[in-house]
Design a binder for this molecule. Structure first.
Ligand code: FES
Length: 80
């Protein structure tokens, strides 16, 4: 099972992860992989300065912008 840990702490959430969560859900839905990817919200990961933070399959991504996210998701979820 692949997994996505998205920081829902107030700093990350306010900056871009609110939008990023929607992008992730839409990506999973449109690729029909919602059942094979576990999404979990995290409390503040303690690294707000580098946020918005998202960890996918154990790899940390920082300063994740929603327009760059589909490319990351493609690499992590479809190509492995
Ligand atoms: S709110 Fe995400 S690291 Fe602090």
């Amino acid at each position: 099972m692949k997994n996505i840990l998205i920081c829902m702490g107030s700093s990350c959430f306010a900056r871009e992860n609110r939008e990023n969560l929607k992008v992730i859900e839409e990506f999973l839905r449109s690729h029909g992989i919602s059942d094979s990817v576990h999404i979990e919200g995290s409390l503040c990961m303690g690294n707000c300065a580098a946020g918005p933070n998202i960890t996918i399959n154990g790899t940390e991504y920082h300063e994740v912008q929603s327009d760059a996210l589909p490319e990351i998701l493609k690499k992590e979820l479809l190509e492995i």
